[in-house]
Design a protein around this ligand. Structure first.
Ligand SMILES: [Zn+2]
Length: 446
């Protein structure tokens, strides 16, 4: 059934805003409500790359709402209902405006159901190079959401500041495996179709939500009490057992530095994907486009603390996640007989490490949509953490890291809050250090 699709946004002043005012991506996310839970039911046909889907979105109104927006790119909306009653919908660019039959009062919890279908889009990033969104792969698909890609496969409040819990059920042809975040609660085969039902009990930013479909081989193990699920593409078969051995070690090591692992499960997806050339820290199961190096695995594991449990409040704060993930690679190398963190810092400073190329292009706290995934956010951010550690000493540095993770667990944190915590924990004025490494143009003097 197709419910009215012509009513636009309201003029009464009770419409939710069409963005949350992110400094880099102002139209991402929407105002007027706070999502609590997404229930996504996807029926995917790899042949033709076609998706039939229903999104059940439970939200709390933060103002009176007689219309509100969801972010959705492409797809055809078949119907929308709010609290069981038909609602109007209209589309403009990536904004889907939903107009309930009656105003939703401020403070109320309400449920929006959107039925939609189509061929989900691959999105080319602002840098013109990487792709995200729904990426069709050889024999399957990978949904990758950083920074704006999740709107390609489900309607939502797609800004990292609105985190929610998720249930994602994916039906695919029998023989395929559909992997999503959290724990596999059910796997059901009916005729020639198989349904994989995944549950994420801990809040997740939508850019970390993921579905990956292919004819994977699955390896399960444990990291302490934590269930670990590794899905491996047959062309990368040797990487599966290696990952199952490395993940528990990396998780134990990182837990020792940063405090308990934040989620109910862990794992990885090792794909064989010629269309993307990056790994992503998708929550509980980082995504690897191919068999990764140990350093990349450690990077994505440490993101579970920095980025996933504690999520940047805006995209300008992304250095807060990437600096810790990259610095963890340096510490791991030091611990495993490679260069010391100081040696790597020096190699970055002197331009001797290949990853240091371009790190002085802009200050890490000032990326643009085009440069958000560029080296200053990563390498120079890690250099800042190393200088912070040298300045305040190991005890204060790791106390800061653990406190940051504890204070903002399952929530968001921003640059000003991080600097305030560093000064509080160390008892020092760190303005000069942060100005030098975080905010100044060009290569800082040592
Ligand atoms: Zn990263």
């Amino acid at each position: 059934m197709l419910v009215a699709s012509c009513s636009g946004g309201s003029d009464s002043g009770k419409a939710g805003a069409d963005g949350v005012g992110d400094p880099l991506f102002p139209r991402l996310g929407n105002g007027g409500y706070d999502v609590q839970h997404y229930g996504l039911t996807l029926d995917y046909e790899p042949e033709g790359n076609h998706l039939h889907a229903t999104a059940v979105i439970t939200s709390r109104a933060t103002q009176d709402l007689d219309a509100f927006n969801l972010d959705l790119k492409g797809m055809r909306v078949r119907s929308a209902r709010v609290d069981g009653k038909p609602a109007g919908t209209s589309r403009k660019g990536t904004e889907l405006t939903v107009t309930p039959g009656a105003t939703v009062g401020k403070g109320r919890e309400f449920q929006t159901v959107v039925v939609y279908e189509g061929v989900p889009k691959e999105i080319t990033d602002a840098d013109g190079e990487s792709v995200e969104g729904w990426v069709e792969t050889d024999g399957g698909a990978a949904a990758l959401g950083e920074p704006t890609g999740s709107m390609a496969w489900f309607p939502g409040n797609h800004h990292p500041s609105d985190k929610a819990t998720y249930d994602i059920a994916v039906t695919v042809p029998k023989g395929y495996t559909a992997v999503a975040n959290g724990e596999l609660k059910r796997e059901e085969v009916r005729g020639d179709r198989a349904t994989f039902s995944w549950h994420s009990a801990e809040p997740m930013a939508s850019y970390l939500a993921s579905v990956v479909v292919n004819e994977f081989k699955v390896t399960t193990t444990k990291a302490g009490d934590l269930p670990v699920y590794v899905a491996t593409h047959p062309d990368e078969a040797a990487a599966g057992p290696k990952m199952a051995e490395l993940l528990p070690r990396a998780i134990e090591w990182a837990s020792g530095l940063f405090g308990p692992y934040p989620f109910s499960s862990a794992g990885a997806v090792i794909d064989h994907n010629p269309y993307v050339d990056y790994a992503l820290e998708t929550q509980t199961k980082p995504y690897f486009d191919e068999a990764p190096t140990d350093a990349i695995v450690v990077h994505e594991v440490v993101h579970q603390w920095f980025g996933n449990s504690v999520t940047p409040r805006t995209w300008r704060d992304m250095w807060l996640s990437e600096s810790f993930a990259q610095y963890a690679e340096w510490m791991w190398e030091e611990k495993h007989g490679g260069r010391s963190a100081q040696h790597i810092f020096d190699d970055f400073y002197d331009g001797k490490d290949p990853e240091s190329e371009g790190i002085w292009a802009f200050p890490p706290a000032d990326p643009t949509p085009e440069t958000i995934s560029d080296p200053p956010v990563y390498g120079r951010g890690a250099m800042l953490l190393h200088e912070l550690r040298r300045g305040v000493g190991d005890d204060a540095f790791f106390a800061i890291a653990r406190q940051w993770v504890a204070d903002h667990r399952y929530g968001n944190g921003d640059t000003a809050e991080f600097i305030a915590l560093c000064e509080r924990k160390s008892g020092r004025d760190l303005g000069e250090l942060f100005d030098k490494w975080l905010r100044s143009e060009g290569k800082p003097r040592r």
